[in-house]
Ligand binder design. Structure first.
Ligand code: FES
Ligand SMILES: [Fe+2]
Length: 444
């Protein structure tokens, strides 16, 4: 969303909604709505520039280049000679070619244009290929030394590849000033122990505004209306009139909303936690006891393009043989794809309405259950104003569209992943039927 758009949104005030039972907590103390919104020490300290989980470790194969972008800036991930993940700007420092079409040789990235080869530290290891030796000899410090990859800090943790994105790639990672702490993003820093879980995940791209998807995942009401037929829970369907007692907790690292059923005996419905800049955790119970955690990572690829990695951690069904037998992975993926497809039309059209400037004070009203969205908007508005991430690498009107097409992964509208997954379910089912029949025939 544009900064201007949020300026207008910022004047939206909460309207009393159905959720009269909202309680606000800061540092364990119950406070009023006004105090909650304005106490400076309780503002989220993280901004839009910081640590992002951009890729699952399974997606980054050895000797392969993984292209993506952040806030319009084209980037590449690859594994160096120590098999460590590296993140660089997709720009060869010799003459500005992309690394698309390039290769990895013994952990060095090799440019497709003149064969310039770069070590994991970023320095060119075969200067003689791109310049004469006498230039290297006579002018090394002024010229050749500067042929150096532009990098971003990159760390592998919890089976994710995180990058520290500040919008300014650097030839010297030692000089980077960190304004955010990776530990603040990790579920384990909030009391979870992800080592106790197993997980399934999918990665899906959307042609819509990044902020709209986060908002969708913070939105409790649409779960019943949009996903009521898909989510395998009998209490989640269109006929349920939802209303919750909401408990919102905020500290400098996160905002959390716990939704409790109004009927005392039903207890908690769900807890949603937003951790800047792009992570959401959804679970039920305490972090120590939660049977599942859904971890959603939102990656701002470019204007109107966003990537989501959804990972579903579970403490149950951990037996590999059993899960294979009941096709758990494929069936779980089927639900993921259906949910994303259900959201997609809304995300696309809502992005359009926002970009047209329709999502403004007089046109929309945030009601009781939208409190999380309101706090998210407040945070986003401040972060956009302070950091202006979309102005760091603005696209020009005539920019070659090659980057717009190449980094996309499985946009839901082509449905190819969902179709392949359905085919695999049918195939696995047939196989499970044929094997016993075959055995029976053999015995007879
Ligand atoms: S542009 Fe990359 S080696 Fe020349
Ligand atoms: Fe949704």
């Amino acid at each position: 969303m544009s900064e201007e758009g949020y300026k207008q949104n910022s004047s939206i005030t909460m309207t009393d909604g159905r959720s009269a039972g909202t309680e606000l907590y800061v540092g364990g103390n119950k406070i009023t709505d006004e105090q909650f919104a304005t106490l400076p020490e309780n503002q989220l300290k993280g901004g839009l520039l910081g640590w992002y989980a951009v890729c699952s470790i399974n997606s980054l194969k050895e000797d392969q280049l993984y292209f993506f972008s952040m806030y319009n800036e084209p980037l590449v991930l690859y594994r160096d000679k120590n098999k460590s993940a590296k993140c660089i700007k997709d720009l060869c420092p010799h003459r500005g070619s992309s690394f698309q079409g390039g290769t990895i040789k013994e952990g060095d990235i090799v440019c497709p244009y003149h064969g310039g080869r770069f070590a994991s530290e970023g320095n060119c290891t075969n200067l003689e290929r791109i310049t004469c030796q006498h230039i290297v000899d006579s002018n090394y410090n002024n010229y050749a030394k500067k042929i150096h990859l532009n990098q971003y800090p990159c760390i592998e943790k919890d089976d994710y590849i995180y990058i520290y994105y500040n919008g300014k790639s650097s030839t010297n990672l030692e000089e980077i000033e960190y304004k955010a702490d990776l530990e603040d993003s990790r579920p384990d820093s909030y009391g979870f122990n992800t080592a106790d879980y197993t997980y399934e995940e999918v990665c899906v791209d959307f042609k819509c505004d990044w902020a709209r998807i986060i908002e969708n995942h913070l939105d409790i009401l649409h779960i019943f209306w949009v996903h009521g037929d898909t989510i395998p829970d009998k209490d989640v369907n269109r006929n349920v009139i939802t209303s919750f007692n909401q408990k919102i907790i905020r500290d400098s690292r996160h905002i959390e909303s716990k939704y409790n059923h109004k009927q005392q005996d039903k207890g908690e419905f769900i807890t949603i936690k937003f951790i800047p800049p792009g992570r959401i955790l959804i679970y039920k119970g305490t972090p120590e006891d939660a049977r599942y955690i859904q971890v959603l990572d939102h990656i701002p690829l470019a204007e109107n393009r966003a990537r989501v990695i959804v990972r579903h951690y579970r403490k149950f069904l951990k037996n590999k043989l059993l899960t294979q037998l009941i096709m758990f992975k494929s069936l779980q993926h089927r639900i993921f794809y259906r949910i994303f497809t259900e959201d997609y039309l809304i995300l696309k059209t809502q992005s359009f309405n926002e970009q047209m400037g329709y999502v403004q004070k007089d046109n929309v009203k945030l009601l009781g259950e939208d409190k999380m969205v309101q706090y998210y908007w407040d945070w986003l508005q401040n972060a956009l104003k302070n950091e202006k991430p979309w102005t760091l690498h603005p696209t020009k009107i005539n920019t070659n569209s090659v980057y717009k097409d190449l980094p996309m992964k499985y946009p839901p509208e082509n449905q190819s992943l969902a179709k392949n997954n359905n085919r695999s379910i049918i195939f696995q089912l047939i196989l499970r039927l044929l094997i016993p029949i075959g055995l029976l025939i053999a015995l007879i």
